[in-house]
Design a protein around this ligand. Sequence first.
Ligand code: OSB
Ligand code: MG
Length: 371
Amino acid sequence: MRIRRARLDELEFSLVEPFETSFGVERRRRFLLLTLESETGEEGFAECVASRDPAYSSETTETARWMLSRYLLPFVLTARTIDARRFALAADRWRGHRMAKAVVEMALADLEAKRRSLPLYRWLGGRRTRVEVGVSVGIQPDPRTLVRRVGEYLSAGYRRVKLKVRPGWDATPLARVRKEYPDLRLWVDANQAYPPTARSRIVRWATTHNVEQVEQPFPERALHAHAALVATAKFRVCLDESIVDTTSLTEAIELRALTSLNVKPGRVAGLHAARTLQAQAARAHISAWVGGMLETGVGRAHGIHLATLPNFRLPGDLSASDRYYADELIDRPFVLGSDSTLEVPRGPGIGVDVDARSRRRHLVRSRSFGQ
Ligand code: OSB
Ligand code: MG
């Protein structure tokens, strides 16, 4: 297909409550929404997961906008024929900028599936019609508030809870949550906040409080430190930031630095890359699951479709629309089922539409490319 127009909208959504992690507090989310229009008039959508500050990763909304405007969109608009796979291969000549590449690849995938009248999950080869999800809970002002928030998410129907931790916010809040909810499926995510020397302390609190999985405790390059944790831990050790491509996953597998993999299509250059990583993980008997980056409904839809692939055996960070935002960007919200699942949209492509009024309400700026 040919792409005749691209529109890059910068949107801002206020979070229902601040989301605090080891790398900072987010109160509002500023992100790029990409719309690609084919020469026959269909539209493909995707949401860029880069945030305002280079805190979770070195990419930001600004670097993504620059990469998209300077390289990726001019390439797509001048290509005689383009699809998601061709784009992924061609974009490989530019280093890094995976979040910027991902938003183009995912919008192209949405378009391709729409042109074939297939829901994106069928286009990807998935089979499930519902996907199992959990909720990610930020650092709270105090342990009592945390216990209350966890209780509210459990009442809402979530059956797996991932707590954000950091030095100073680990053993005590975990003990309180575990005491209140002895059977809860409990994961934690440190976003690289611990030095490798913290290993034995992590093993102690995670084991004592029956934590099922510890995600990215050490810096992204610290594969040996993660391998040492795998060697002593009974719980799963998950990598998120460390795994950016097949090379980093191959090395991590060879070193036995992980037993679980958080796959975020928006972070690893798109759906093809994400599918390749989960297949590679499955061959090495590593559990994979789909992560999230506080997306609105567009990004969430892409993640939900991806999570239908059979190797995603653990519940994803794909909570319902009302978890993060009072207002949705899409025409109908994702609602949590009582069995902690979300329904996969059945319509063509991502199966949800951008609500034009919501887009206008949250618009900060917009730029069009092409005719
Ligand atoms: O590390 O998984 C992470 C949110 C923003 C940046 C990084 C992460 C997260 C989450 C929330 O944990 C996942 C979600 O529910 O979208
Ligand atoms: Mg993470």
